[in-house]
Design a protein around this ligand. Sequence first.
Ligand SMILES: [Zn+2]
Ligand SMILES: [Zn+2]
Length: 219
Amino acid sequence: MRKFSLEHRKKLSIAKLGHTYNRNRKHTKESRKNMSLAHIGLELTKKQLHNLKTINIGRKHSKEFCEKIGLIHKGLKHSIKTKKKISSSKKGCITWNKGKEMSKVYREKVSKSLKGKIGINSRNWQGGKTSLIKRLRNSNKWKDWRGFVFVRDNYTCKICNKRGIIIHPHHLLPVAKFLQFIFETWNGVTLCKSCHIEIHKIMKMEEKCLMKLYQIQML
Ligand SMILES: [Zn+2]
Ligand SMILES: [Zn+2]
């Protein structure tokens, strides 16, 4: 291949500055394949690697480009495989804000920007994914109901009479079926963690038995 002198190449590059004849052209599929085949096994020189690493430092995307990227990624979700990959790569990493205290001004800014962004207005809104029960469980009304039940039962498990351990409020009539009684105080009872788990196991078993009986009866 013919090689031009450095001077000549400089002249050429100056002459080509501002030329746009290739801007909207695209390589054909075949030529792209050829190019990729030609590059297989080639190793980049140190200078090339350095150039690749530093070419984008300090550069910023234009607003249009950012918007385009945002549109492309809108509604896209990572697959479970990628999610696992991401989580495993981030294991053990310390987040940039760990242990750092935000300034008062910054906190005020954040709280101001998030004001009123609940439900549909929230940036994390996923089309009403959180079930109604979950949302009710996070409400102040739930906290009031739970507080009332705990105080009335003197923070004591109603099954094993233990006090001073982790306690849960339990619905006598299951919320999933009797949502209308969710905040009734007579429907709440204080249970310790282990008794609560046990009673839900029993309830599940009962339901299974009933379903089986029902199926047998109907056959
Ligand atoms: Zn329960
Ligand atoms: Zn108990």
